[in-house]
Structures are given as C-alpha cells and as structure tokens.
Write a protein that binds this ligand. Structure first.
Ligand SMILES: *Cc1c(COP(=O)(O)O)cnc(C)c1O
Length: 246
C-alpha cells in the first residue's frame, strides 16, 4: 500500500501538525478528483485521542474544526474548554460507547459513530425522548467479523438499521467501519458502501491514516485520520477502550 505522504517517516515527523493537516487535505482532494468527486464531499475528522489540548489547538489554529475522540472521559477532560475558546467545533465519538456514558456523550459529542447494539440504541432513544441533544448517528459495522471488534455483523446490519430508524426513530446518517489491519481495505469499503446503499443511507465513515485515500476513492464521506496529522499517540493504541458490555 502506498503511504499517505511521499516523505519518509522521519521527514514527516519534522512537520508540524498544521503542515501534516495540509498534506492530508491535499491527498484527499487528489483521491476525490481521481474518481470524479468534489473534495468538499469528504469530511476530514482529525482524530485527537492520545494528544493534548495544546496539540489540538495547533490544528484548530490552522482552521480545522472537525475532530474525533474514542473515549468519553478523555474527551471530557479536553474538549469543553477547547470548545469554549473556539466556536464551530464538531466533535465525533468514534469509540465503543457504554450505555452508562450515553448521557455524558450526548452532552459533549455532535455525532456518535459507534452505534453497534440494540441496548445502546434503546438507551440513546430514551435519552433523546427526555429531550437530550440530538446527535448525528452512524451505525458501526464489523465488516471483518472480528471477535475483538465492535459493530454489527454485515448480515445483521439491515435489521439493525431498520430497528434504529423505524422502531427507535433515531437520526441515522450512515455507516462506519474499521477494516481488519491485515486485509485489503478496499473490499471492506465496498461492502460498507453496498450495505449503506441497500438501506438508503448516504454517509460512509471509513478510512484512517493508512488507507484514507483508498477510502475516498471507494466513496467515503468521512475519513478519520489521527496519526497522519498528529503523529504517534502518547499511549499505546491497544489500550484504547475496554467496553464492559456487548
Ligand atoms: C484511532 C482511530 C482512528 C485514527 O487512526 P489513525 O491510524 O491514527 O489514523 C480512526 N478511527 C477509529 C475508530 C479510531 O479509534
């Protein structure tokens, strides 16, 4: 697979987050145009997990406004203050969400991309009924059917989408997936796109630092890019989240 930028890792490390952000935006524009899409049809989510508020502030200063976090607690520590200082921030929750954190998540996030089970749909619907802030929602699909990964299985996706939309009246925008690291991501992007098309959903959150160009060529409307913008995270990615329920 071609790396997202033409520089070597050490040259990339010498760039500032703002410079890397520019490179990623350029890559997205090239990938979009290569398949006849407008670059503006792709939303770049800068994934700031594992990075400090000071690092995030550099990317905000460069004009970026859309960010992603994968843990409620980390986001709560970082974002209320950043939000207050910088209007127009759009924050996406991209990690597993425990039902006991739903209220906190709704208070902080504009979009929740990790809706992955009926119990979470029920809890979200109950909170929205109470008049909670209405988020945009993506349903996460486990396209690689990996045991350790969240998301509904592809064969269960149509019923789960119908449950969320029709039974629970949730504002579902699209589908999200994290392909297995060892597979050709394009196959997973195609599967996600097909599942969305069959359900009449138009938004697709797919593509990370290693594969966002491929994702854009496959129709991604949202790419979630962390390392290629911020550099290596300050904690091991494997420690990301332990969900205490399924
Ligand atoms: C961390 C994370 C990303 C960003 O990963 P990078 O490889 O650093 O770009 C994207 N999506 C999800 C769900 C993540 O948890």
């Amino acid at each position: 697979m071609t790396p997202p930028a033409s520089q070597t890792p050490s040259q990339l490390a010498a760039l500032t987050p703002a410079e890397r952000l520019d490179r990623v935006r350029d890559d997205i524009a090239i990938a979009a145009r290569s398949v006849g899409r407008e670059p503006s049809s792709v939303t770049l989510i800068a994934v700031s997990k594992g990075h400090s508020a000071a690092e995030v502030a550099q990317v905000i200063a460069a004009g970026h406004r859309v960010f992603g976090e994968n843990r409620v607690q980390e986001a709560q520590a970082k974002w209320p203050d950043l939000r207050q200082r910088h209007p127009g921030i759009e924050l996406h929750m991209i990690g597993p969400l425990q039902t006991n954190k739903v209220r906190d998540a709704l208070a902080l996030f504009d979009v929740i991309q990790s809706l992955d089970r009926p119990k979470l749909a029920d809890t979200l619907a109950a909170e929205l009924e109470r008049g909670g802030r209405r988020p945009g929602l993506f349903i996460q699909v486990n396209t690689g059917e990996e045991l350790q990964k969240s998301g509904v299985l592809p064969r269960e996706a149509p019923d789960f989408i119908a449950y969320c939309r029709d039974d629970k009246r949730l504002p579902i925008r699209g589908l999200m997936a994290i392909p297995p690291a060892e597979d050709d991501p394009a196959l997973h992007f195609a599967l996600l796109r097909e599942l969305a098309r069959n359900a009449g959903l138009t938004q697709l959150s797919m593509g990370m630092s290693a594969d966002y160009q491929s994702a854009v060529r496959s129709g991604a409307t949202h790419v979630r890019v962390g390392t290629a913008i911020f550099g290596e995270r300050h904690y091991p990615p494997a420690a990301a989240e332990s969900s205490d329920e399924t």
